[in-house]
Write a protein that binds this ligand. Structure first.
Ligand code: ATP
Ligand code: MG
Length: 272
């Protein structure tokens, strides 16, 4: 059974045109789903619907059996769906890493010894065990964002939603977050990552392309990124490996079609 089901969900902000129109998809336990789409396509609106920050105006979001349309279930949904946003500076509040991570569980009334365990667990999950006593403001962007993720993981969510959480990071920081996502996926936490970086989306199990509030394309990265004309029409680029593969092919090299990852590109070059 999927941990998350989005069933024909629509949403409008007041009288404006609907931000989402009949969106449906599901996410399994431990699955990594990437959501892409140009500015204003409805990605952040969808993210806020997933954890009950917004309520659908039509359709239903079901998290671990709890429906967004059941008023009493909002708390259960928020417990299960953690959100991390773009700017780590806006998400860190304490002046010592461990206090920052403790903040969420403390607010939920988690007992003291349990909080210690949660801090250990969360720091380990993001590979920041050695920064327990560090000052967040001295950390790099990637490290800060890993602490922000740890703060959410300390609440033991089943689903983590990252809304452009790598947008402000340098390539090194983006790599660090990719490693955290991979680690979470292995440990059974589902990750939904909204991103403008196609090279992050190719690592997902499933990609969802939003366009003006509807799911324009969806499927495995291979399936989605092979629809080049459709992506182009939606104003989205190819993953870098695909762009390079096309250029090499245009130079007469025998490179297969539909390369999307660095590994595939290297494999194709190796066998030339
Ligand atoms: N608080 C709001 N009030 C009214 N309209 C909103 C609000 N937030 C978003 N919208 C509108 O809803 C639509 C979807 O916006 P949303 O922020 O979900 O898109 P997005 O895909 O996250 O965009 P971006 O890539 O720029 O982050 C847009 O037309 C936007 O102008
Ligand atoms: Mg957004």
């Amino acid at each position: 059974m999927p941990i998350l089901e989005v069933k024909n969900v629509s949403f409008s902000y007041g009288q404006n045109e609907k931000a989402l129109k009949g969106v449906s998809f599901s996410v399994e336990k431990g699955e990594f789903v990437a959501i892409i789409g140009h500015n204003g396509s409805g990605k952040s609106t969808l993210a806020k619907l997933l954890n009950g920050l917004l309520k659908p105006t039509g359709g239903e979001v079901v998290v671990d059996g709890f429906s967004s349309n059941d008023k009493n279930a909002v708390f259960e949904i928020r417990k299960r769906v953690g959100m991390v946003f773009q700017n780590p500076d806006n998400q860190l509040i304490a002046s010592i890493v461990e206090d920052d991570i403790a903040f969420g569980p403390e607010n939920l009334g988690v007992p003291r010894e349990e909080i210690g365990k949660r801090i250990d667990f969360a720091l380990k999950a993001v590979g920041m065990e050695n920064f327990r006593k560090a000052t967040p403001e001295r950390l790099s962007g990637g490290q800060k964002q890993r602490i922000a993720i740890a703060g959410v993981l300390a609440l033991k969510p089943q689903i983590l939603v990252l809304d452009e959480s790598t947008a402000m990071l340098d390539p090194q920081g983006r790599k660090e977050i990719a490693a955290v996502v991979e680690n979470l996926r292995k440990s059974g936490v589902s990750v939904i990552a909204i991103t403008h970086y196609m090279d992050e989306a190719v690592k997902a199990d499933k990609v969802l392309v939003l366009d003006r509030g509807v799911v324009a394309l969806s499927g495995t990265p291979k399936k989605v990124f092979s629809q080049k004309a459709a992506l182009d029409a939606l104003g989205l680029e190819q993953p870098l490996a695909g762009i390079i593969a096309d250029k090499l092919r245009a130079q007469g090299l025998n490179i297969p079609e539909n390369i999307i990852t660095e590994e595939e590109l290297l494999g194709a070059l190796w066998t030339l």
